[in-house]
Design a protein around this ligand. Sequence first.
Ligand code: CUA
Length: 173
Amino acid sequence: MKKKTGFIAAMILVGLALLSTRYYMVDLPVWHFLGGGNGPDPATLHLQGEFVESNLGAAEGPAGSLTVRMIAQQFVFVPQCIVVPAGVAITFRITSADVVHELSFLGTNYGLKAVPGEVTEATFTFAKAGEFKIPCHEFCGAGHYAMRGHLDVVPRDQFASMLPGARRTCEPR
Ligand code: CUA
């Protein structure tokens, strides 16, 4: 009897631990009902707010700061390709138009989740120029394994000499 109680207690602990790290997997309507997710509405991302198409990609802020805005959706990242300068702190702001995805920068420890109804922000610095694949790292459906973006890290002076349009986004190659 004692053993059984212990087992049940352990299961409850495991459940709580899972819930504390995976709360974003709770259904979106339920989550909104519970008061979570004050971020952008996944259904109107392209119509209003920070994540309208013209605002996606890299944008320069004050004092040379750089912010990259992206949407993850089944089964692409928008934009699919981004260029950033090496050695500069890059702030990523991402959200999802449907389910949870995760941007992972292959060959680095960097990664961030895209969660519907929320904006995830993280700042990374890529020390050296190079090309990075950005495979989706969270199972998100049938096209998950083909979902990958592309990051081009270029030397700072090269970035500075690029045209504004080319700085915002680039084509995958
Ligand atoms: Cu998106 Cu897996």
